[in-house]
Design a protein around this ligand. Structure first.
Ligand code: CA
Ligand code: CA
Ligand code: CA
Ligand code: CA
Length: 357
């Protein structure tokens, strides 16, 4: 049984660097002069940088089993460092404009992901331990066996839309994701086919996307606005490694997760564990894939059973140091231009899922 675990998210002094969080063209904008201590300053307005993502350092759980740790504290929040324009929650979440009809329609759409339930005793352990495919298939075995691995119309949850980057990887790799829930938590597994080519060389706390990492997007109430609603539209980036050779984990040392500036404050009850080359075997001689196991409290995501919500999973791949080389999306359309990267600004680009009982 997965024990509830605590992440104590402490605001790492943010480098209010002049970055555009994550995305878009590889602008290597100048660092701001803000010091590490300046975490409450107003948003940087240089260039296109209106993003002032906060970075949370996840302190190791005092008890790896986390038995006693059921409540978490989040101090990291953009709320302390962004201006009030972002936190206008009145009427911006779109919920009032969502009719029951449209939600019902969303649940019935063929591309929705119907996420099955499990009892908590059989929920996946968030420990990054080895996962395999059922022999002769590309389907997960073990604790993720009963997770959603395809859409309602049987399309595999492959993160195979190459948004931009290395064309030679097209079709050569298979990244994918899976999900399940136990009515309390959403469990996500992201499998990254990276052939063991891991880079955490850039290490800029506000630019985790320059290294091997994943981005998780959630629109809890499926409001599908074209800008983040400040309520339940989330965008987080989790590095593969916390330092070279060390798997990032909310239970480990120096773990990091980045909350984008546009994102609603990340849930406090959020844990993750990466397994470096603990995933199933890749094709050919590429070796084992990497896995990201993530567990997030549903109530904090504001996801309701049997109501559709927005979700998107993207992978940043760095195979030679420096910035990322390739970005992949599940629902995001493929392309070649580095500007082909929209979800971080526009939550309506996400795909859809629903928790089924
Ligand atoms: Ca890098
Ligand atoms: Ca929303
Ligand atoms: Ca890589
Ligand atoms: Ca690179």
């Amino acid at each position: 049984m997965t024990q509830p675990l605590t992440i104590l998210l402490v605001l790492l002094p943010c480098l209010l660097s002049a970055c555009t969080f994550g995305e878009g063209p590889e602008l290597d904008l100048p660092e701001s002069s803000e010091t590490l201590a300046n975490v409450t300053t107003a948003a940087n307005t240089q260039l296109v940088n209106t993003q002032t993502d906060s970075v949370s350092t996840v302190e190791p759980s005092a008890d790896p089993t986390g038995v006693a740790n059921t409540s978490a504290t989040v101090e990291a929040s953009t709320s302390s460092e962004t201006d009030s324009t972002e936190t206008d929650s009145t009427g911006t979440n779109g919920s009032s404009s969502q009719t029951n009809d449209s939600q019902t329609e969303a649940i019935g759409e063929p591309h929705i992901v119907r996420i099955p339930s499990t009892d908590s005793a059989n929920a996946p352990q968030i420990d990054g331990s080895a996962i395999n495919y059922i022999d002769g298939t590309g389907l997960l075995d073990g604790e993720w066996r009963f997770a959603a691995q395809s859409t309602a119309s049987s399309e595999p949850l492959d993160i195979d839309n190459r948004m931009f980057g290395d064309a030679s990887l097209q079709g050569a790799v298979r990244h994918h994701w899976a999900a399940m829930h136990d009515a309390v938590y959403l469990y996500l597994l992201i499998v990254s086919d990276d052939a063991g080519v891991h880079y955490q060389d850039t290490g800029e706390v506000r630019k985790p996307w320059k290294d091997d990492s994943i981005e998780i997007y959630i629109d809890g109430n499926n409001s599908q606005l074209d800008s983040y609603d400040g309520v339940d539209d989330f965008h987080m980036t989790i590095n593969l490694q916390s330092s070279t050779g060390v798997a990032n984990s909310s239970f480990g040392d120096a773990a990091t997760i980045l909350q984008s500036d546009a994102s609603a404050t990340l849930p406090s009850d959020l844990n993750f564990s990466i397994g470096l080359q603990q995933g199933p075997n890749a094709r050919g001689l590429r070796g084992r894939k990497d896995i990201y196991e993530v567990r997030i409290k549903l109530s904090e995501l504001k996801i309701t059973l049997e109501q559709p919500f927005g979700i998107e999973i993207q992978i940043n791949d760095d195979d030679n140091g420096g910035t990322r080389d390739t970005k992949w999306g599940w629902h995001h359309p493929s392309g070649t231009d580095s500007n082909n990267d929209y979800t971080w600004q526009n939550p309506s680009v996400m795909g859809r899922a629903v928790l089924v009982r």
